[in-house]
Every structure is written in structure tokens, then in C-alpha cells.
Design a protein. Structure first.
Length: 312
């Protein structure tokens, strides 16, 4: 028996959520938000939180400072039943912060890096790979110090029979490379959104991007927001529409999709059903404020899937 179903590896930070905006801010003007909160953030941690909500055994490796934001991160992880034994506290750094400005339909992010970019592959005890079935890494482009070591980490995971998944996040340098093709060669599930996928692949069309990226990673799934997702595995191609819900906050929607898809994958479901789980988790996520704070579980996801079947 492995200690973990999933070991999440990556950035840790808090999210300052500014929600209920009617529009995005305009320079020189002030707008009013309906709500604000400081919660556990980070793509990797939000995916980990949703995986734990779905009933999987989850641990996380990351770095935080020794400050008030670190307390929010650690409390959030523990509240979501994630093992924090391997989180590194470094007094020389500040815990990262992302400000999420959210309307009902979209969001904009501003990030202070801090601890987000401090984790390196040298901080990871590779013997932990023997304690997990799967590893997941988010925010590839933000993690400047980790990404160089990811080809080695993922290749070593495969040697030990551990599957891998990768999400990338936005690249504010507009490089969209940094050796990502080397990582994808050892990636079982690649999970970009449509904007990220087209830029990485150098294609304008999502379908063309999907096929180009499938030359590298074993399985590619492109998230298209409310429109759902499309994926390819070998000769099999699947495109599924999203669920019809009334969105409140889109923070973490893609990360929760990741969790749903990984859950399906680890439970032996095929590409189509795994995308359904991803769409369901993403849809439920946007009906709550924040990516990791929703008090939901597998039963909620199954109910949404059953309602879709009933409608069909």
C-alpha cells in the first residue's frame, strides 16, 4: 500500500480574493467589490485540495516563509486533509501572494512570487516517489527554480512506476518554452487551458494545438472554460461540453478540473469519463468563492454527473 494516491509538488501561496466585481478595474478609477477573503491559493495546492475532497490520500511538497501568510497556507492544507509533513518552512523567504480579481465570467491575477519560485528539485527526497501512485505539478512557468529539474523528476517517477501530470499556468515572459518539451516526454497527463496550449504549440487553433502537444505528452487535455474540454489519447479524441451552472467566482476552475480528471485516471476510467469528472469539478468550483475552500466532495460530483445523464 502506498502512503499517497497523489503527491502534489509545487508552489504554495495565499490568494487574496476580490470577488463580485461588475468589471475589471480601470486605471485612475475605483470600483466596488461584493466580497474579499484571504485563503489558501496556488494551482498545485488547489488541485491537491480537490483530490483530497474526492477521497484520495494526498500529500504536498512545497515551500513557505515563516509569516502570517504561511499560517493561512498550512491551516488551509490541513483543513483539506492534505499531509503537510514535507512542506519546507524557510525563514529567509516570504510566502507568495496572488490577488484574484473576479467577475462572474472571468478573472485577472496579480502575483508576488515570494515562496512560489523557491522550490527546487534538490529540495525533493526522491525516495518519496516510492510512497505515491502519482505526482502532480502545477504552475510550470511560475516555478523558475523547479522547472529545470522536472525532466529528471518525472523520468525518475516513471522508473519507479509512478504516473505524472503537469499544468503550466500563464507565462508572463511570453517565452512559452523553457524546456517544456523535455518534461512532456515523461508526462502522462498534460492539462493546459486553451490560451496556454495554443501558445506552447505555436498554433492558433485549439484542435491543431491539441494534436501538436499530443506528439510529446502521452495524454493531452485542453480546458476551454465554460465550453468544456477536449482531449486526445493515442487515436482516441474526445470533446465534451461543460455543465450549465451560474458562476460566482472562476478562481481555481482549471485546477479543480485537473483534480477531477486525475481522479478519473487513477480510478481506471477512460479519457471521456475522466473529462466528465474534470468538467463536473470545474463547474462545481465556479459556484463557490475561492478555489480550495468549497465544502464539497465526491457525492456532489456524482450527483452532477447523474443529473447530466438524466438530461440525456
Amino acid at each position: 500500500m502506498k502512503k499517497y494516491d497523489v503527491l502534489a509538488i509545487g508552489e504554495l501561496n495565499v490568494d487574496l480574493l476580490i470577488s463580485g466585481l461588475n468589471s475589471m478595474p480601470i486605471v485612475g478609477r475605483e470600483i466596488i467589490a461584493e466580497d474579499s477573503s484571504i485563503v489558501l491559493g496556488s494551482s498545485t495546492a488547489i488541485t491537491a485540495s480537490w483530490l483530497a475532497k474526492l477521497g484520495l490520500k494526498v500529500g504536498i511538497i512545497g515551500k513557505v516563509g515563516k509569516d502570517a501568510f504561511a499560517d493561512v497556507v498550512m491551516e488551509g492544507l490541513k483543513a483539506n486533509h492534505i499531509d503537510t509533513e514535507h512542506v519546507i518552512v524557510d525563514e529567509s523567504i516570504r510566502t507568495g501572494l496572488t490577488i484574484s480579481l473576479s467577475t462572474a465570467k472571468d478573472r485577472a491575477l496579480v502575483t508576488h512570487m515570494g515562496s512560489i519560485e523557491e522550490l527546487t528539485v534538490e529540495n525533493i527526497d526522491f525516495s518519496l516517489l516510492d510512497q505515491t501512485k502519482h505526482i502532480h505539478v502545477g504552475s510550470y512557468f511560475l516555478q523558475h527554480r523547479l522547472r529545470a529539474g522536472l525532466p529528471l523528476l518525472f523520468a525518475e517517477a516513471h522508473k519507479r512506476g509512478v504516473t505524472t501530470s503537469l499544468d503550466v499556468g500563464w507565462d508572463d515572459t511570453d517565452n512559452w518554452d523553457y524546456g517544456i518539451a523535455d518534461v512532456l516526454q515523461a508526462t502522462d497527463i498534460f492539462l493546459p487551458n486553451e490560451s496556454e496550449a495554443t501558445r506552447i504549440a505555436g498554433k492558433e487553433d485549439v484542435q491543431e494545438a491539441l494534436m501538436e502537444l499530443a506528439k510529446h505528452a502521452k495524454q493531452v487535455v485542453i480546458k476551454c472554460g465554460a465550453e468544456g474540454a477536449s482531449g486526445v489519447l493515442g487515436e482516441k479524441y474526445v470533446q465534451l461540453a461543460g455543465f450549465k451552472v451560474i458562476p460566482v467566482d472562476t478562481t481555481g476552475a482549471g485546477d479543480s478540473f485537473n483534480a477531477g480528471f486525475i481522479y478519473g485516471f487513477l480510478n481506471g476510467h477512460g479519457l471521456e469519463k475522466s473529462i466528465l469528472y474534470g468538467n463536473a469539478c470545474g463547474s462545481i468550483n465556479v459556484t463557490h468563492i475561492g478555489g480550495a475552500t468549497a465544502q464539497v466532495g465526491l457525492a456532489d460530483v456524482d450527483r452532477l454527473l447523474e443529473s447530466r445523464q438524466a438530461q440525456n
